[in-house]
Design a binder for this molecule. Structure first.
Ligand code: PEP
Ligand code: MG
Length: 756
């Protein structure tokens, strides 16, 4: 007998029971008889969760007087173990198992063999169905499979009859509070209910009415899924999707795997609906994989789980992500990974944080999250197994922790911290209109970095002196195709309108390498082995002139009648600046010939991110109005340490003598330029208090930093005496202390300058 025919003959009989108009108890009594007979077992028992215990609800073969009397805890005895681990047991000799526990009232001492499977609802056991036999024999695979199939149908019956409180089952089997660690991708605190970006499907109907119709549903769902995967693959090439190419390749492999489809078909043959069949096959695969202890396979299992969930969502018509349904309360989003465009679909007011199984510091989604002010924790291992939909989560993306189902005391402590951080925000907000003068009366320019339309709100909120770095590529990254000139123009114009006379420095697109875009396909961009050092930013823009021309036109038109500040990224040699500026000059000439309204003034600047440029800076400076040091890229090149590699994230300090001496030289060279050039730092370094202090000591007077840093840095500036920090820094540069950070920190402490 095959597994399908064995299950099918039971399901055919169960069908009548399910359809009958008798009580739930009566149905269970009949079900245990049917299973017992079909599996040739003296005993069949059903235990269900009630008030936190597994209670014997129906039995054939054990003493009937034990029904509703025999109870055991989760994890207690064989039945409790099955429920706790949500795992099948198949034993020739039950007593030989270490978890065996004898219950005299049941009269089970006569029976030797034992098999039990969990009855599962929303990934939690709500009960257990067992069979026992007098002969000491292990049940055959087909019998176990039949029992598992029956357990699925039982879960529907139990749910419909309201015999078990599913919510209670959830809280019982999750071991209370769990704390998980991850990598801080975007700082901040947030709390809310866990929402899965890709929601899990609850199966409503398990027994098929029309097997052929179910088969057709699965065929159609497979077609749709394959189409989706193909689309995702092309989106990934656009750099806008959330999944890595490697994952997508595995998705494709499974999506086109005939074995998977065949197994689902067999499960349908046994009488299950399409949804139940997909879940049934997935359960079986999960069990097999548990027996193989191989991390590589475990990864692939994640892929298959994702795909099975996708197939389930398609077949059940529960399409879309959690964003489609909308967030109903404060939420922390849970995902394996996420694309920037996907993140932008969520309601910002309710989205309090994001926790990812993957993710990296420079992932586009993280850059966007930072701009949205949403904290992000990444690389949380096994996240989706630890968290259940609706769990309360406390996300501490300052410390790199997420607490799942926190105890009350912890919630209180978290809220206290949260309140304190809000109070601090409020204090800082007071500084909005305060100008950052140092103690000795020097005005420091504190600007902010931006790139999204939403950033304009921050500009007003934090009271920055302007936007010192507007990352124009954000718009390119969150669109599926090259933004047309009109769209670019509209954004730039809106930004200038909102800035209301404050300067905005537009950086021309910094794309390429790992941020590949559709119109760059097949041109080697994504083939870079070393994307940060690859064909990116200005290097790419000079070869794909059309791209820069389009942007130049949009910027020049947007700034008609106003001042335009343009900055080129990753300039490595002076001629690159000349070539880029020439493109703007051409566009300007064209607009002039058309008698279009021109910008009132155009200022050009360059980013210093490539160390080689520092050696020829004197040649470039006479051409510039401003120079901005991009310490993010600069330090990765100075130390030859990938800025996206979490293993290196803490290895090299921005406060190392190498970096500080390098910056000191750049300051000197710039000060010696024949015409004044505004010198700024626009990397993340400038937004951190001790680092900002060091930069002031080096002679930097302009910073462009993350919006959240503007308040704290203004506060710091007002406590600093420039002559004093300048002298201290000179000394430290000549004779670097062993620990520069400790030295600066002590210096700040002595003067009551906060720097946490
Ligand atoms: C930098 O490299 O320091 C910088 C500001 O640019 P981005 O982070 O966008 O590369
Ligand atoms: Mg850079």
């Amino acid at each position: 007998m095959t597994a399908a025919s064995s299950a099918r003959s039971i399901l055919t009989r169960l069908h009548d029971v399910m359809a009958s108009r008798t009580s739930a108890q009566d149905k269970l009594d009949r079900v245990v008889d049917i299973i017992g007979e079909e599996l040739d077992s003296e005993v069949c028992s059903i235990y269900l969760l009630r008030d936190g215990m597994l209670e014997l609800f129906a039995t054939r073969g054990l003493n009937k007087s034990a029904v509703h009397v025999t109870r055991m805890g989760i994890g207690e005895g064989l039945t409790g173990t099955i429920a706790q681990n949500v795992e099948t047991l198949n034993l020739a000799e039950a007593k030989a198992h270490p978890d065996f526990m004898f219950r005299p009232e049941t009269g089970e001492e006569r029976f030797h063999s034992f098999a039990g499977v969990p009855i599962v609802r929303q990934a939690r056991a709500i009960g257990v169905v067992n069979v026992q036999h007098v002969d000491p024999r292990r049940y055959e695979e087909v019998e176990i499979e039949a029992l598992q199939t029956v357990a699925m149908v039982l879960s529907e019956l139990i749910d419909n009859a309201g015999l078990v409180d599913t919510e209670q089952a959830k809280s019982l089997q999750h071991d209370g509070q769990v704390q998980a660690e991850g990598l801080v991708l975007a700082k901040g605190l947030g709390s809310g209910r866990a929402v899965f970006h890709q929601p899990r499907v609850t199966i409503e109907h398990t027994m098929a009415e029309d097997i052929e119709a179910e088969r057709q549903r699965v065929y159609r769902a497979f077609d749709t899924m394959r189409e989706q995967i193909d689309n995702m693959t092309s989106q990934a090439e656009f750099g806008t999707g959330g999944e890595h190419e490697e994952v997508l390749a595995t998705y494709r492999m499974f999506a086109y795997d005939e074995g998977w489809g065949r197994r689902i078909n067999e499960a349908i043959d046994s009488g299950l609906t399409a949804e139940a069949a997909i879940e049934r096959v997935q359960q079986r695969t999960r069990m097999r994989m548990r027996e193989i202890d191989d991390p590589l396979l475990a990864d692939r299992m994640h892929d298959l789980e994702d795909l099975a969930n996708r197939l389930l969502r398609i077949v059940s018509g529960q399409l879309g992500t959690a964003a489609t349904k909308g967030l109903r309360e404060d939420a922390i989003l849970i995902a394996r990974n996420l694309g920037p465009a996907e993140l932008l679909e969520y309601d910002r007011r309710r989205l309090k944080g994001v926790v990812l199984e993957e993710g990296s510091l420079t992932a586009h989604v993280v850059i966007v999250a930072r701009a949205m002010g949403v904290p992000v924790l990444g690389r949380v291992a096994n996240l989706r197994a630890l968290v259940a939909e609706g769990d309360t989560l406390l996300l501490d993306a300052d410390k790199g922790q997420v607490t799942i189902r926190p105890q009350a005391a912890l919630v209180d402590a978290f809220e206290a911290r949260f309140a304190q951080s809000k109070k601090r925000q409020a204090e800082l907000a007071q500084l909005r209109d305060v100008e950052p003068f140092t103690r000795d009366g020097t005005r420091i320019t504190v600007m902010m970095n931006g790139g999204l339309r939403d950033d304009l709100t921050s500009l007003k909120l934090v009271g920055a002196d302007g936007i010192g770095l507007f990352r124009t590529e954000f718009q390119f990254l969150v669109s599926a195709a090259l933004p047309a000139r009109e769209r670019q123009l509209r954004l730039y114009r809106d930004v200038l309108d909102a800035a209301d006379g404050k300067p905005v420095i537009f950086r021309t697109v910094d794309i390429g390498g790992d941020k590949s875009l559709p119109y760059l396909r097949n041109e080697g961009a994504s083939a870079d082995e070393n994307p940060a050092m690859g064909w990116r930013a200005l290097r790419l823009a000079l070869e794909r002139e059309g791209l820069l021309k389009l942007q130049a036109r949009a910027l020049l038109e947007a700034a008609a009648g106003r001042e335009l500040n343009v900055m080129f990224p990753l300039v490595s040699e002076p001629w690159e600046f000349d070539a880029a500026k020439a493109i703007f000059d051409d566009q300007l000439a064209f607009l002039r010939s058309r008698k279009a309204k021109l910008p009132e003034a155009i200022r050009f600047g360059a980013m210093l991110e490539v160390p080689a440029l520092a050696e020829v800076l004197d040649l470039l400076l006479p051409k510039l109005s401003f120079l901005s040091i991009g310490t993010n890229d600069l330090t990765q090149f100075l130390f030859a340490a990938d800025r996206a590699n979490p293993k290196l994230a803490q290895r090299y300090d921005w406060l190392s003598p190498a970096i500080l001496r390098f910056l000191a030289r750049v300051v000197q060279t710039t000060q010696a330029a024949p015409t004044p050039v505004d010198l700024a730092v626009c990397g993340e370094m400038g937004g951190r208090p001790l680092e900002a202090l060091a930069l002031l000591g080096l002679g930097i007077r302009r910073l462009s930093i993350t919006p959240a840093g503007v308040g704290p840095i203004k506060e710091l500036v007002r406590k600093v005496d420039l002559a004093e920090i300048g002298a201290a820094m000179n000394g430290w540069l000549l004779n670097p202390p062993l620990d520069m950070r400790a030295a600066l920190s002590a210096w700040a402490d002595e003067r009551g300058i906060a720097h946490d």
